[in-house]
Each structure stands twice: as C-alpha cells, then as structure tokens.
Design a protein around this ligand. Structure first.
Ligand SMILES: *Cc1c(COP(=O)(O)O)cnc(C)c1O
Length: 235
C-alpha cells in the first residue's frame, strides 16, 4: 500500500470518531447518521480505498463524473447526487443514483418523475433549501419549501425523503448552527402536514468544516469531502 490510501483510512476513522462524539453530546445514536464520502474530482483509486475501509455512500456533484465512477466501482455503492442538476442531464442519472439531494424547482422534479416513469423505477429526492439566503447558492427559500414539497408529492414515482442545505463557508462552525436548527424546524413543520408520499426522515447537512455542529442539530447525512480525501484541486 502506498501513503495516500493509508491517509484516507486514517481520515475516515477520524471523521467517524468526531461524528460519534457529536452524537454522544446530542444523545443520539451514531447509526442515525450516515457519512457520505464526497469524492468529486478525486481519482478512482482513492474511492476504492474508501470503499475498502467500509464506505458505501459516495457523493458527486456532476452527472458525468458520477456516471463514469458508477460504471467502474462496485455495485453495492449508494450514489448521492449533491450538486446542481440540469434537467437535460436527469436521464443519465435516474436508475443509477440512490438519492438526489439537490431538487430546487418543480420543473426539475417533473423531469425526474417523467424519466422515472419511463424507466419504471422510483426516485428518492431531497429538497435543497437555501436556509442562509445566500445569493450565490441554489435552493428554495424556507417560505417556498412547503409549497414545493406539496407539489412534488403529487408527481408519480418521486418521493421526497427530506431536506438538504449547504451552509455558508465560515471560519467558526458555530455560526452555522442557526441554519441547521432552522432546517430541522422546517422539516418538523412539514412532517406535521402529513403529506402523502413525503417522509421527512432525512436531513442532509454538514460538510468538513461544520459536520459536528450539524450532527448535534439533527443531521442524518453528513457530506464530507476534504476531511476524507484532502483538498481538491480544480483544473
Ligand atoms: C463539495 C461538497 C461537499 C463537501 O465539501 P467539503 O468541505 O470538502 O467537505 C458537501 N456538499 C456539497 C453539496 C458539495 O458540493
């Protein structure tokens, strides 16, 4: 084994430990939280090392890259689409992806539904919420979310499992606690509406810089890239 893969194994262990400690502080069970290894821009050999260490959930933010990696990686992996999704790319994803975290419009959900019906499969999705109201980010506003969830719930073969947010980039992760609290509150409010085909069991929040705070506030998926695979270099 060379040095790089060993590092991934150590990083994974460290993230897992920090995650479990955060669970303990919040009196939660570690099995309530799933770590998604965000492998965007990273080569297959690094994904394989994470896989051998036990990772079965991988996150990608580009359709082409997800599909390419899907083709060569073992078939028991759950692939998570976490990046902005264009309607014309949906057809490549449906049937391969386990959960789409980034649904932020009815038109996108309609396209996913159309493709799911065509292929005869169900597709699980999260609605992406721009909780902090950042101009640069995709996602619905908190106010629009319930309405969007209701509309998506009426589409065939698409199931809303919960909410996702990308918190701002901050130096001090405590600054993001408010946004995680708000996403959780929003999810509880929507759950109370008892909408058919909507479960609200998933909260996808927390990245390398703030996943411990996110776990303390109820995250069920954390999406960690840099903390596992190291810094990304974009070409
Ligand atoms: C890249 C990315 C992550 C992982 O970010 P890190 O800071 O490297 O952990 C998580 N979520 C989304 C949506 C991303 O695009």
């Amino acid at each position: 084994m060379n040095e790089v893969p060993d590092l991934i194994q150590e990083n994974l262990k460290s993230v897992q430990e920090h995650m479990e400690n955060a669970c303990r502080r919040a009196r939660r069970e570690p099995r309530e939280v799933t770590l998604i290894a965000v492998s965007k821009t990273k080569p297959i050999e690094m994904l394989k090392e994470a896989y051998e260490t036990g990772c079965r959930d991988f996150g990608e933010n580009k359709v082409q890259e997800l599909v390419d990696k899907y083709e060569v990686m073992p078939k028991d992996i759950r692939w998570h689409m976490i990046g902005h999704l264009q309607r014309n790319k949906v057809k490549y994803l449906v049937g391969k992806v386990y959960l789409i975290h980034s649904v932020d419009s009815f038109r996108l959900a309609e396209e996913i539904s159309r493709e799911a019906v065509k292929k005869g499969v169900d597709v699980n999705v999260l609605v992406e919420v721009n909780v902090a109201g950042e101009e640069s980010k995709f996602g619905t506003t908190c106010e629009e979310t319930l309405d969007l969830v209701r509309k998506i719930a009426g589409l065939p073969r698409v199931f809303v499992k919960g909410l996702m947010t990308i918190a701002p980039y901050v130096e001090n992760s405590e600054e993001n606690r408010q946004y995680f609290v708000n996403l959780r509150k929003l999810s509880v409010d929507i759950k109370k509406q008892n909408i058919d085909n909507v479960s609200m069991e998933v909260l996808s929040m927390g990245m390398t810089g703030d996943y411990e705070v996110a776990v303390e506030e109820g995250a069920t998926y954390i999406r960690v890239g840099t903390g596992i695979f190291g810094e990304r270099t974009y070409l």
